[in-house]
Write a protein that binds this ligand. Structure first.
Ligand code: NAP
Length: 273
């Protein structure tokens, strides 16, 4: 299965039953439109997000690339195996395509990666990944894996948070580790229409017949092996996001976005939310 540049996030899709129904419908519409990489985590809604993803993919498991994450507090060897079992149950499936450590905390990376390898060998997951890892932590995870490779690193990546373009993305590309960027719209840092950057996006969007969000998603997936996973709770938003791919920004437009949202000139610790 080819992984599409744009997938679907599922943080905070839980809530009142009506809102949950809309979110499940939005995920299904997204699958129809090719947004087949679905990202969830045991953390989200305390498992509720996984249950809703399970509803959305019921009867069409084979169409999706399904990713979930183990909480750092569960990430001992045995804890990871048990957490995965619980996630599979909530998702109504017998395997995940990708299982990640959500962020590094108290357990040694090597211990969690050992559990990931066991899960691959037991065919409960296809690939092992990490999230919120800087280059040194990625290297630690790589070194810990004996028989399988590290498939991906999920990190914060939006127009106002581009520091990963300095070292992390090049390192991952060199080692064939997919970079999955989260929070593409930047939450409170979303470039509003009156901001200088927002005006640049609006101009490109108007001239190319796209929306500002489509321009953002296209820009964030312009590099090889870099993916994005916007979350949308309505089919309307999902449809808009789905049209963020399948076309290319011109070099001039990429340069204009670069000037409006520059990559920082010095190194900084990996940002996360
Ligand atoms: P996001 O995808 O950047 O933004 C989500 C917000 O944008 C929601 O309020 C959503 O509204 C709105 N939105 C989406 N499409 C829209 C559209 N076309 N028009 C207008 N508004 C739109 O933020 P995120 O949820 O933080 O990040 C995405 C995913 O990344 C998460 O859901 C999660 O799966 C993952 N993530 C991972 C980590 C990690 O530590 N690994 C951390 C954060 C997030 P509606 O909901 O109303 O549609």
């Amino acid at each position: 299965m080819t992984i599409p540049p744009i997938g679907q996030g599922t943080w905070m899709i839980e809530g009142a039953r009506d809102a949950e129904r809309r979110a499940v419908e939005a995920l299904r519409v997204g699958i129809d439109l090719g947004l087949t990489h679905i990202d969830t985590a045991e953390l989200y809604g305390n498992g509720r997000s996984e249950e809703l993803v399970g509803e959305a993919i019921a009867g069409r498991r084979d169409e999706v690339f399904l990713a979930s994450k183990v909480l750092p507090s569960n990430a001992s060897f045995d804890g990871t195996l048990r957490a995965c079992e619980r996630s599979l149950k909530r998702l109504g499936t017998d395997h995940l395509d990708l299982y990640m450590l959500h962020w590094k905390d108290r357990y040694p990376i090597a211990e969690t990666m050992r559990a990931m390898e066991r899960l691959i060998d037991q065919r409960q997951i296809r690939f092992a990944g990490v999230s919120n890892f800087d280059v040194a932590e990625v290297q630690e995870a790589q070194a810990a894996l004996r028989n399988h490779r590290l498939a991906s690193n999920q990190v914060l990546y939006h127009l106002r948070e581009r520091a990963i373009e300095r070292h992390l993305i090049p390192y991952c590309q060199e080692h064939q580790i997919a970079v999955v960027g989260y929070t593409p719209f930047g939450r409170e840092k979303f470039p509003g229409p009156d901001s200088a950057g927002g005006k640049v996006l609006a101009e490109i969007a108007a001239r190319t017949g796209r929306t500002g969000r489509q321009v953002i998603l296209n820009f964030l997936t312009r590099l090889p092996d870099v993916f994005t996973i916007p979350k949308a709770a309505s089919a309307e938003h999902t449809r808009e996001n789905a049209s963020g791919t399948g076309w290319r920004l011109s070099a001039e437009d990429i340069a204009a976005i670069d000037r409006a949202f520059p990559v920082p000139k010095s190194d900084r610790p990996l940002a996360m939310i």
